[in-house]
Design a protein. Structure first.
Length: 135
C-alpha cells in the first residue's frame, strides 16, 4: 500500500502525490516513513526531504514547520519548501550573499530580523545542497 504525501507552505501546495517512502528532516534527526507507519507529529528542521517513488528519489528543500503521519497519509506544513527543479541557483546565491552581508553589517538589529536573516542563510544553503547534489 503506497503513501500519500502532501507538502504545503503558506503560499502554495508544493507537492502532492502517491509515493513509496519519504525521509523528513526533523529537529531530532531524519525520520523515514514507510507504509504502515505509526501515527506521528514532528517538527521539521531546515534540510533535505527525500521522496522515493517507483525506485526514483526526488529531493526537496524544506524549512520549518510540522509533519503529520496518519493512516498512510503524510502531511507536511512547512514555512518554505521547493522542489529541486524549481531552485534557481543564481537567485539563491544572491539572496544568501545579501543576507550574510546584512548579518555582518548588523549593529542594533531587531532580534526577530536577525533570526530571520539566519534562517534565510540556512535555507539558502539547503537549497544549494539540493540543487548541487547531482554534480
Amino acid at each position: 500500500m503506497p503513501l500519500t504525501l502532501e507538502i504545503v507552505t503558506p503560499e502554495a501546495r508544493v507537492y502532492s502525490d502517491t509515493i513509496d517512502t519519504v525521509v523528513i528532516p526533523t529537529t531530532t534527526g531524519e525520520v523515514g516513513i514507510l507504509p504502515g507507519h505509526i501515527p506521528l507529529l514532528t517538527q521539521i528542521e531546515n534540510g533535505e526531504l527525500r521522496v522515493t517513488k517507483n525506485g526514483v528519489t526526488h529531493w526537496l528543500a524544506v524549512s520549518g514547520g510540522f509533519a503529520e503521519v496518519e493512516d498512510d497519509k503524510v502531511h507536511v506544513l512547512a514555512e518554505n519548501a521547493i522542489t529541486e527543479e524549481k531552485i534557481d541557483e543564481h537567485a539563491v546565491e544572491a539572496a544568501m550573499q545579501r543576507a550574510e552581508q546584512q548579518l555582518k553589517d548588523a549593529k542594533d538589529i531587531d532580534p526577530q530580523q536577525y533570526e530571520h536573516l539566519q534562517n534565510l542563510v540556512r535555507y539558502s544553503g539547503v537549497q544549494l545542497a539540493v540543487k548541487r547534489r547531482r554534480r
